[in-house]
Design a protein around this ligand. Structure first.
Ligand code: ATP
Ligand code: MG
Length: 405
């Protein structure tokens, strides 16, 4: 992180030396003043894109039309954007027109919230025309200028507002909040990827319950793709449910919690796919939802052993921890660990034979049968019906196959 800052300072220095003004802007300034860790750094300058390109050895023209050039400084990519104003948002998403300007204040005026509309120069001076610092201290998210206009221009800002409030634990200025309630339906114009990105940032943050109650209470939920199905029968979250959501750890568990508490277990895949979530996340979420429900149903210790072998202890442990949160019963987590520790083998790879051995022994090509048979053998080992030893397992495998045919 210190090398991002060093590289950034170097870029400001080069721009200033060439006679331009240049600042750190946006999230970097906000997070630095809050003492939060910084992950990226945006730079704004009076230099035009072609001038930026000519000043630095390595640049990538990332978004010339909007004035953005990526400068590679000491191997660190930094976005350098020319001061600009924006006009005409016919589609509620993007400006029809951007105009380059020479004054940082005009640039800050196009930004979404006061806490995001500050600039910081090399000397540590802060440019703060909209009272961003005061709002940071009061922990308030407030639109820059007239909230109704700002949300009408770009509907995504409504969700960003809830995201920042959720991520930072801030409250929302009442005028800003009421404007979201008035414009909620416009969120339909926004690309689903951008919606998911904001939602997921808030969902993994320290106050995930705030984005959930936020979309429900503002009316955004009913206009958001995916979320309108998820929250169809769930219009509020009790204090207990809000705490439970916080207690669940990480993106997958929190999504799984929402599906379970909203009774949408059957729609995990449809909804998360509609939201363009990563396949990995969808699969993991579905798995945790299914396992948590199985843990809730009646079952034997033998079945738990089968699930561990089938799905891996990690997943079972996560499901058990989610179960513990929802049903306020910690025992299941302890039981699951004890069971795991008592198992002779916990993964199929620990068997004394593998799939290739079985194919050879049965003289049969690979297929789902191999894994099924390995699983049966692993269960037999765990329940004392077979030794985990090569010959014994091959013999046992023969018996199982003969029984089946
Ligand atoms: P994060 O920590 O998530 O990166 P950020 O504030 O840096 O938060 P970015 O999406 O990286 O958010 O945007 C950088 C800056 O650009 C913001 O701080 C804000 O000033 C401005 N900005 C971004 N999106 C919008 C928008 N939709 N409308 C107006 N200004 C925006
Ligand atoms: Mg950022």
């Amino acid at each position: 992180q210190s090398n991002i800052l060093e590289a950034g300072k170097q870029v400001l220095h080069v721009l200033e030396k060439a006679g331009y003004t240049a600042y750190f802007v946006g999230g970097y300034v906000r997070d630095t003043l809050l003492g939060r860790p910084v992950h990226d750094l945006d730079i704004a300058t009076s230099a035009r894109p072609d001038e930026v390109i000519s000043l630095f050895a390595r640049t990538i023209p990332t978004g010339l039309a909007h004035g953005t050039v990526t400068v590679l400084q000491d191997g660190v990519p930094l976005e350098v954007t020319t001061f600009r104003t924006e006009a005409g948002y016919a589609d509620h998403r993007r400006p029809d027109e951007v105009r380059f300007v020479s004054d940082i204040t005009e640039d800050l005026a196009r930004r979404d919230f006061t806490v995001n509309a500050m600039a910081l120069d090399l000397r540590g001076d802060v440019v703060d025309p909209f009272g961003g610092r005061q709002d940071l201290n009061a922990r308030i998210v407030r639109a820059v200028g007239k909230a109704d206009e700002r949300f009408a221009e770009d509907a995504l800002r409504m969700l960003r507002c809830l995201r920042f409030a959720s991520q930072l634990g801030f409250s929302i200025d009442p005028h800003t909040y009421e404007a979201i309630q008035r414009h909620a339906q416009d969120i339909r114009y926004v690309a689903v990827e951008r919606i998911s990105a904001e939602w997921n940032k808030a969902l993994v943050g320290p106050y995930p319950e705030r984005i959930v109650t936020g979309v429900l209470h503002t009316g955004l939920a009913s206009a958001l793709p995916g979320f309108c199905q998820l929250f169809e029968d769930k219009h509020d979250f009790t204090d207990r449910e809000q705490k439970q959501l916080c207690t669940a750890d990480g993106l997958v568990l929190r999504w799984a919690y929402l599906f379970l508490i909203c009774n949408r277990e059957a729609e995990v895949e449809t909804i998360l796919r509609a939201l363009r979530c990563e396949k990995k996340v969808i699969r993991a979420c579905q798995q945790i939802v299914d396992l948590t429900r199985r843990l809730h149903g009646s079952h034997t210790a033998g079945e738990r052993i089968r699930w561990i072998l089938e799905q891996g202890f990690e997943a079972l442990h996560e499901a058990a921890s989610l179960y513990a949160i929802i049903y306020e019963d910690e025992n299941v987590v302890r039981e699951m660990r004890q069971l795991y520790e008592s198992m002779r083998i916990t993964v199929l790879q620990d068997l004394a034979i593998n799939g290739a051995d079985l194919q050879k022994e049965m003289n049969r090509r690979g297929g789902p049968w191999v894994r099924d048979l390995l699983l049966e053998l692993a269960l037999d080992v765990n329940e004392g019906r077979a030794e985990n030893e090569r010959q014994a397992l091959l013999l046992r495998a023969r018996m199982i196959v003969d029984e089946d045919t």
